[in-house]
Ligand binder design. Structure first.
Ligand code: ADP
Ligand code: MG
Length: 628
C-alpha cells in the first residue's frame, strides 16, 4: 500500500508524484541539482556519465546544437569564441561592471553600451546571461526528469549571500525561462549550514561559521544553529574572489617568469584558454602533491606548492580579514565559533584550510575536536542544502525555520536631513517594526516619507531606496497627528514601508525591492565611510538637533505670547523678545553651544510665565465647570 503524506500545516494531501521540489546550486564554475529522497538529500547524477558536478559551461556547436557541462567544457580550448563559461559573473551586470575582467572570458562580450546589462555574442546571435543560465538550468532539469522519471517543475535556487536584487531577479528569470517555478532564492551559506545542522535538532544552540570559497565568489556567514532554527547573525563576502583568482595568480606567475608568452597570451584566445586550464590543473594537483609540471606548446610549465601558496597568500588573507569583519558584526570572537563549515571546491586547497583552522581556533583538528565540518564534498554542500530547503517548502519538514538579516540599517529622513534608523543593521528578518511621528507645522496635511539605507547620520550620505507622500491628513495643530511609520521585511528580504495616521486611519504603503541592492564591496565601503566620518557626523547631528530644538521653542514662544499677552508685563515681554532674537541670530550660525546657551536663557526667563499661564488655564476651566 502506498503511503500518502498529509501536510499538517496546510491540511492538504501531498501528491507524491507532483510534490517533488528540487534544489539547485547554479554555480559560477559548477552547477548541481539535488532532491530529498526518503528524508535524505541526494545529488542527482548526470545520466550517462554519473557525474554530480555539471560544469557551468555551454558550447554552441556549428550544427546549431547547444552542449552543456562536461561535453561543452572540452571546447574551451578548441573553440573559445563559442564556449561560454562563468556566466554567473555576468548576471545582472553592465559592461562597465566587468570591464577589468573582460580578458578572462574567451568569448565575446558586447561593449557598445557600458551602462545597460551585458550581452554575449555567439556567432550572429546575442544572448543575455539570463538566457544562458536558463540553458544550464534546463539541462539540470532534464537530468532530474530522466533520473526521477517524472516532470520537475518546482525548484529552490541558491545565490551568493551578497547577490543584489538585480542578480537575484536575474536568477529567478533564468529559472522561469527554463520552465521552473522558483519557489525561493536561498543564500548559499545558509543552504550549506542546513546540511550540517540537520543532524541533531536537539543539540543546544551553537555559533557556526560557513566559509565558502568557490570558483568566483567568497562568502563568510556567522550563524546560530539550535533546536532546528538556523539564524544568520552576520555575513560578509566578496563577489570577485575565488578559485578563478588562484588560476590567474598562477598564469601571472608563469607570464612573469617567461614560462608563457604574455603578448601571445593576450592575442591568442585559444592559447590563453590552454594556459588557463593548465593553471587550474596545476592548482588542483597541488592540493594533493608538492609540485606540478607539464609542457604546453613545447614550453615547460611548472610550479611548486610553496610557490603557489606564496602567490595566493594575499587572497587568503583577504578572506580571513572578511571573517574578522563578520565576527565583529556578530559581536563574537574566533573562539566563540564552535563549528566551521567549509564549502566550495577551493576549500580543498591545504593553505586555505590551514588559514581557516588557524583563525577559528576550535577548527584546529590537533586539539581533538570535530569543529571543522569538511566531510561532505565541499562542492556538493550547497545543492544538498537547497534540496533540504525545498523539502521544507514542500511541507515535509515541520520544525525547520530560516531567518536572515539586513546588511545595512534602514530608516527615514527626519527634520534637518537627519537619518532616523528604524531597522538597525544586522537585524533578523522577517521583521515588523513601527515608530510614531507627528507633524511640525499647524494644519499640515501631507507628510513625505523618504526611506534610506546606510550607517551615516545624514540621509544625504546614505542610499535612498524610495519615497512617497502620505496625503489626506486631516488638518490639526502641529504635534497632534499620530503618524506611525511601519517597516515590514518579509522572509525574501522585500521591504514594505507603511505610513498611517492613527487618528483618521488614512494610510499608504510602498513596496521597496532593493533591500539587498548593493554589492558587498559597496556595503563594506559604506560601513568604512560611516566609521571614518563618525566624529564629524556626530557634530553635524548635534548642531542640527540644537537648531531644530531652537526653532521649535521660537515657534511656541510666539504662540504663547499671542495666547497669553495679558499675563506678561511689558518689560518682561521686551526681554522675551530680546532673548528670542538672540536665539534666532545663533540659529543662523554654526555654534551649537551658543544655540544651546541662548535656548537655555530664553527657557529660564519664560518658565515662570508658563506656570502663570497654566494656573490661568486651570482657573478658567474650573470657572467654566462651576458655571454649568
Ligand atoms: P562555484 O561555487 O563557484 O561554482 P565550486 O564550489 O564548484 O565553485 O568550486 C570550483 C572551484 O574549486 C574552481 O575554482 C576549482 O578549480 C576549485 N577546485 C575544485 N577542486 C579543487 C581541488 N582539488 N583543489 C583546489 N581547487 C579545487
Ligand atoms: Mg558554490
Amino acid at each position: 500500500m502506498a503511503i500518502v503524506p498529509i501536510n499538517m500545516q496546510k491540511g492538504t494531501v501531498n501528491d507524491p508524484e507532483s510534490e517533488i521540489i528540487v534544489g539547485i546550486d547554479l554555480g559560477t564554475t559548477n552547477s548541481l541539482i539535488a532532491y530529498v529522497k526518503d528524508g535524505k538529500p541526494e545529488v542527482i547524477k548526470t545520466p550517462g556519465t554519473g557525474a554530480a558536478l555539471v560544469p557551468s559551461v555551454l558550447y554552441f556547436a556549428p550544427d546549431g546544437r547547444i552542449l552543456v557541462g562536461d561535453e561543452a567544457k572540452k571546447y574551451l580550448l578548441e573553440d573559445p569564441k563559442n564556449t561560454i563559461f562563468s556566466v554567473k559573473r555576468l548576471m545582472g551586470k553592465s559592461f562597465g561592471d566587468i570591464r577589468q575582467f573582460k580578458d578572462f572570458f574567451g568569448y565575446q562580450i558586447i561593449d557598445d553600451d557600458t551602462e545597460s546589462l551585458v550581452k554575449i555574442r555567439v556567432k550572429d546571435k546575442f544572448y543575455t546571461p539570463v538566457e544562458l543560465s536558463a540553458l544550464i538550468l534546463k539541462a539540470l532539469k532534464q537530468h532530474a526528469e530522466q533520473v526521477l522519471n517524472r516532470p520537475v517543475t518546482k525548484a529552490v535556487i541558491t545565490v551568493p549571500a551578497y547577490f543584489n536584487d538585480n542578480q537575484r531577479q536575474a536568477t529567478r528569470d533564468a529559472g522561469k525561462l527554463a520552465g521552473l517555478d522558483v519557489l525561493r532564492i536561498v543564500n548559499e551559506p545558509t543552504a550549506a549550514s542546513l546540511v550540517y545542522g540537520l543532524g541533531d535538532p536537539d543539540a543546544p544552540a551553537r555559533k557556526v561559521a560557513v566559509y565558502d570559497l568557490g570558483g568566483g565568489t567568497f562568502d563568510i556567514s556567522i550563524l546560530e544553529i539550535g533546536g532546528g532554527i538556523y539564524e544568520v547573525l552576520s555575513t560578509h563576502g566578496d563577489t570577485f574572489l575565488g578559485g578563478d583568482d588562484f588560476d590567474r595568480a598562477i598564469i601571472r606567475h608563469w607570464a612573469e617568469t617567461g614560462a608563457v608568452d604574455a603578448t601571445h597570451l593576450n592575442q591568442d584566445k585559444a592559447y590563453g584558454q590552454a594556459v588557463r586550464l593548465a593553471a587550474e590543473t596545476a592548482k588542483k594537483q597541488l592540493s594533493d602533491t608538492q609540485d606540478f609540471s607539464t609542457t604546453l606548446q613545447g614550453k615547460h610549465l611548472s610550479i611548486t606548492r610553496d610557490q603557489f601558496e606564496a602567490l595566493i597568500r594575499p587572497l587568503i588573507r583577504r578572506t580571513i580579514d572578511l571573517c574578522g569583519l563578520a565576527l565583529k558584526d556578530a559581536k563574537l570572537n574566533p573562539e566563540d565559533i564552535e563549528a566551521i563549515v567549509l564549502v566550495g571546491g577551493s576549500t580543498r586547497v591545504p593553505a586555505v584550510k590551514q588559514a581557516v583552522t588557524t583563525f577559528f581556533k576550535k577548527a584546529d583538528k590537533s586539539s581533538g575536536n570535530k569543529a571543522l565540518k569538511d566531510y561532505i564534498h565541499p562542492d556538493e554542500t550547497v545543492a544538498l542544502g537547497a534540496a533540504i530547503q525545498a523539502d521544507i517548502l514542500a511541507g515535509n519538514n515541520k520544525n525547520a525555520l530560516l531567518l536572515d538579516i539586513t546588511p545595512l540599517s534602514l530608516g527615514i529622513e527626519t527634520i534637518g536631513g537627519l537619518m532616523d534608523v528604524i531597522v538597525p543593521r544586522n537585524t533578523k528578518i522577517p521583521i515588523k517594526v513601527g515608530r510614531e511621528y507627528t507633524t511640525s507645522v499647524d494644519g499640515q496635511t501631507k507628510l513625505k516619507v523618504a526611506v534610506y539605507q546606510g550607517e551615516r547620520q545624514l540621509v544625504k550620505d546614505n542610499r535612498k531606496l524610495g519615497e512617497f507622500i502620505l496625503s489626506g491628513i486631516p488638518p490639526m495643530p502641529a504635534g497632534i497627528p499620530k503618524i506611525e511609520i511601519g517597516f515590514i521585511i518579509d522572509a525574501d528580504g522585500v521591504l514594505n514601508v507603511r505610513a498611517r495616521e492613527k487618528r483618521s486611519g488614512i494610510e499608504q504603503t510602498v513596496r521597496i525591492r532593493s533591500q539587498y541592492g548593493l554589492p558587498p564591496e559597496q556595503i563594506a565601503q559604506m560601513l568604512k565611510e560611516s566609521v571614518r566620518h563618525a566624529k564629524e557626523d556626530m557634530a553635524v547631528k548635534a548642531l542640527l538637533e540644537a537648531r531644530n530644538e531652537a526653532k521649535h521653542v521660537i515657534q511656541s514662544t510666539d504662540k504663547f505670547i499671542a495666547q497669553h499677552r495679558d499675563i506678561i508685563p511689558d518689560e518682561a515681554l521686551a526681554e522675551i523678545q530680546r532673548l528670542k532674537e538672540n536665539l534666532q541670530d545663533a540659529v543662523r550660525g554654526d555654534d551649537k553651544d551658543l544655540i544651546n546657551a541662548r535656548l537655555q536663557a530664553l527657557n529660564d526667563f519664560a518658565a515662570p510665565f508658563a506656570h502663570l499661564a497654566m494656573d490661568k488655564v486651570v482657573r478658567e476651566a474650573m470657572k467654566g465647570k462651576k458655571a454649568k
